[in-house]
Design a protein around this ligand. Structure first.
Ligand SMILES: [Zn+2]
Ligand SMILES: [Zn+2]
Length: 389
């Protein structure tokens, strides 16, 4: 029997507005867009932020492609969740079919999402109008509390606490459960309970982590967002397995997100900070949630050979130190061949000898283990590490 596997790709992880500041490159600057490929081949897109353009530019027809059909869940109508729509090239291809799901906004009335499409492409905001979009588009209204089925996957929608409303989605696939709860603020008892319902026992719980706990209590109270600390609390209460910190503030540099991630990892065992290009696999052999950081940014990847010393903790809880060669390194992380099997999510110290302007320099990097695969060499494992500062 083959094991059902689902693949969750992060195309945009930034909240509020895109960023192009180099200090935010590592986590990425595109606004929310996720893609889930369920074991039955169903393609589900979550939100249409600017990350959607990137997804469109690497478009592969779902189901191997006869009548490519894609399901797009839109959480709400704030700019950062819809702005990618006019730039999504598959919408301009006749053979494609899209099913959009979103709620009826009291500010827009019937066919809210359809109106959002038209408004974004109205003159003088966009050079061509809706008639240029030749793909089939179907719109379905979803209310908080509703559930529906797409392929063999069950999807539940719940209201979240956010100005003008926002839906959270829980997607149950045969490979595992993904709960997507962007844009929400704690403090409304009923909606806090909805959030816990979405996250209950989820393999992946993606939660708004835009603000620090201090900001959330003071200057940013009432802005509709959450913090890593609230995410960790809900993950614990709801028995979620892995927490993904999401919707990073546009003013948060990579170093700030690193520090948020470090604090969250002290509160909860399994935490990732969402980063653009991250792919999480559910239902992989061994029943572990694994992530890897391939290249949406392959240009920043270096084919190299660095002598390295790696220190960490093994699966069995023992400290180890090992000399190795790092061959695959990017801005975000590295793939390291090791004889030791480090624990998933544990921290690694990687000291590399790198050629610099004044001869060979020693570089100290801190990272954590997000993936473990069989190694190319016998007796080795390939360890995927994400760097933090
Ligand atoms: Zn947002
Ligand atoms: Zn919002």
């Amino acid at each position: 029997m083959t094991v059902p596997i689902a693949k969750l790709s992060f195309w945009g992880v930034r909240g509020s507005t895109p960023t192009v500041d180099p200090a935010t490159w590592r986590y990425g600057g595109n606004t929310p867009c996720l893609e889930l490929i369920a074991p039955d081949g169903t393609q589900i897109i979550l939100d249409c932020g600017t990350g959607l353009r990137m997804l469109g530019s690497r478009w592969a027809a779902p189901n191997g492609g006869k009548t490519p059909e894609t399901h797009i869940l839109v959480t709400h109508y704030h700019w950062d969740h819809i702005q990618g729509i006019p730039f999504f090239s598959p919408l301009y291809v006749e053979n494609n079919e899209f099913h959009f799901y979103s709620f009826r906004s009291k500010f827009l009335g019937r066919d809210s999402l359809k109106q959002v499409f038209e408004a974004q492409m109205a003159l003088p905001y966009f050079p061509v109008d809706m008639s240029a979009m030749s793909a089939k588009r179907k719109f379905k209204e979803v209310d908080g509390g509703e559930s529906f089925t797409v392929g063999e996957n069950n999807i539940a929608a719940r209201w979240l606490n956010h100005p003008q409303g926002c839906l959270g989605f829980r997607i149950e696939t045969p490979a595992g459960i993904v709960a997507y709860a962007t844009d929400n603020e704690p403090g409304d008892a009923k909606l806090d309970e909805s959030l816990r319902e979405l996250a209950a026992g989820a393999d992946i719980f993606i939660n708004d982590a835009q603000f620090t706990p201090e900001q959330l209590e003071t200057t940013r109270k009432g802005w509709g967002h959450s913090s890593w600390l609230e995410g960790a609390k809900v993950a614990r209460q709801a028995g979620a397995k892995t927490l993904v910190l999401f919707h990073h503030d546009p003013d948060s540099t990579d170093r700030m997100v690193d520090s948020i991630l470090r604090q969250a990892r002290e509160e909860f065992d399994s935490v990732f900070a969402a980063s653009e290009g991250m792919v999480v696999t559910l239902g992989a052999p061994g029943d572990r949630v694994q992530a890897h950081m391939p290249g949406t940014r392959t240009a920043l990847r270096r084919e190299a050979q660095f002598q390295a010393k790696v220190c960490g903790v093994t699966e069995g809880g023992k400290d180890f130190e090992e000399e190795t060669v790092v061959r695959d390194i990017s801005l975000q992380g590295a793939l390291i061949s090791l004889k030791h099997m480090p624990r998933l999510q544990s921290e690694l110290q990687v000291t590399m000898e790198a050629p610099g302007a004044d001869g060979v320099q020693s570089m100290n990097l801190r990272g954590y283990v997000v993936r473990i695969d069989a190694g190319a060499e016998k007796g080795h494992v390939a360890v995927g590490v994400v760097f933090t500062d």
